[in-house]
Design a protein around this ligand. Structure first.
Ligand code: ZN
Length: 445
């Protein structure tokens, strides 16, 4: 598959940014209409299967909470003016705030107000999922300007038995071996974390849905953080062994270089595939070790599951100032960065789907490539990359080495190695040892 032209990638980036703009105002949380509406908008890009898990359902060691919905909220000041209105930003209310309507003094109100003294113009993002309370978030500048006097606060929310909602796109392949792409969908008006991950994921799903001959089954999961992936895992316990490779996606639209967070073991095919693509493209990036904090990679890598799920991001969550604030807005994510993230991931997924092991059908000495029209270079000159790659593929075609092994060993781009293997297979010099399967088991280097 040829690399899309830069103009196509720019157009795709613009489409992703437009989707983010449409999703941005919605008040998402662990549960509720914000998540449902979000999944409904994603369905305009690719069809989803929606699952509703009732409140109170035991999921692994957790329980699905009550469903939270909010219709509006405001604070009225001593002069009768609206000093804050939820309609201006979904960040203004602490997520999962219990309903409240009362009059109180500024001193009584103050413990319920959250701001960022270091970033006086930004609104923080705060949640209180498992502690029943209420609160408002606002800029520190606004907070310090509030006059003394009596305030009226109103949070028109409900916290009632309902459901937790998640969505999936499952693209069946020739094999039931799966590649899992997971994004959290529980954050309100924040663009990089994680509308960028959602947008990149759903446009990858649309692209892969259009490809014939997928070997793996691809599963794209859109679930609220922690409790959502735990609910999904609890309902797929007997099927998760099908997952051969996985990634969580977050913070993919900002201006930082890529960060890849490895799986727990750090040596699986997904770890090697992401590192290979970033390295071959010459993109500045860092690869960091797994740690049990962050997003849902920690659920997938837990000892009961131990699924090889890494995490791709640009800015590292929690380590850039805009993270979890109103500064993570539509201007913080750009179409070109979204397009580049999509393109890197497309290449990673295509690599994993094409990665397999071959056995040479002429293993005794080197087969004569010139006679077959596969070897055209003039003796003594440097080999073009594809011809050297053919020699590497043949050299390692013992059924024990994958094409990714060949690419790493030869320092060639996987796509060149794959093209070399395709040519050799067409000429009857190779046979796949995993025909019908979806790639080799991770092999030792
Ligand atoms: Zn977050």
């Amino acid at each position: 598959m040829a690399e899309p032209a830069a103009a196509d990638l720019e157009a795709l980036g613009a489409e992703m940014h437009a989707l983010i703009a449409e999703l941005y105002p919605l008040c998402r949380s662990l549960t509720g209409q914000g998540v449902r509406s979000t999944l409904g908008i994603l369905e305009k890009v690719v069809p989803l299967q929606i699952t509703e898990v009732p409140s109170g359902t035991a999921v692994l060691d957790w329980t699905v909470p009550k469903e939270w919905n909010i219709r509006g909220a405001w604070i009225q000041g001593p002069r009768g003016d609206r000093v804050l209105d939820f309609r201006d930003s979904s960040l203004h209310v602490v997520s999962y705030s219990v309903p409240v309507h009362r009059r109180l003094s500024l001193a009584e109100l103050r413990p319920h107000l959250h701001s960022l003294p270091d970033r006086p113009d930004w609104i923080p993002y705060r949640t209180s999922y498992y502690e029943p309370t209420w609160g408002f978030c606002l800029s520190h500048r606004q907070l310090t300007e509030l006059p003394d006097g009596e305030y009226e606060v109103f949070i028109d929310s409900t916290l009632e038995p309902g459901h937790l909602t998640y969505g999936e796109v499952v693209l069946a392949g020739q094999s039931e071996h799966e590649i899992l792409i997971s994004t959290h969908v529980c954050h309100p008006s924040l663009c990089d974390d994680n509308l960028s991950g959602i947008a990149v994921s759903v446009f990858l799903a649309r692209y892969l849905a259009g490809l014939a001959n997928r070997r793996h089954t691809f599963r794209f999961l859109y679930a609220p953080g922690t409790i959502g992936s735990i609910a999904w895992l609890s309902r797929h316990r007997d099927q998760v062994s099908r997952i051969r490779h996985g990634l969580t996606l977050t913070c993919l639209g900002d201006h930082h270089p890529f960060t890849y967070k490895k799986t727990l073991s750090g040596v699986t095919a997904i770890d090697r595939a992401v590192a290979h693509v970033l390295r071959q493209r010459g993109l500045p990036h860092q690869v960091i070790d797994f740690f049990p904090y962050g997003y849902d990679e920690r659920q997938f890598n837990s000892p009961g599951f131990r699924l090889p799920v890494g995490s791709l991001m640009r800015g590292r969550h929690g380590q850039f100032p805009e993270y979890h604030t109103s500064a993570d807005d539509l201007g913080f994510v750009s179409p070109s960065r979204l397009g580049e993230s999509w393109s890197v991931l497309r290449e990673v997924l295509e690599l994993l789907d094409a990665n397999r092991s071959f056995r040479s059908l002429e293993p005794w000495g080197e087969p004569q490539l010139g006679r077959r029209g596969l070897y055209r270079s003039v003796g003594g000159s440097d080999l073009p990359g594809i011809e050297l790659a053919m020699l590497w593929v043949l050299c390692l075609a013992d059924g024990e080495h994958s094409l990714l092994d060949v690419a790493e060993r030869s320092h060639a781009d996987f796509r060149v190695v794959r093209a070399a293997a395709d040519a050799l297979e067409r000429h009857g010099l190779l046979e796949a040892v995993d025909a019908g399967g979806a790639g080799p088991k991770p092999s030792p280097r």
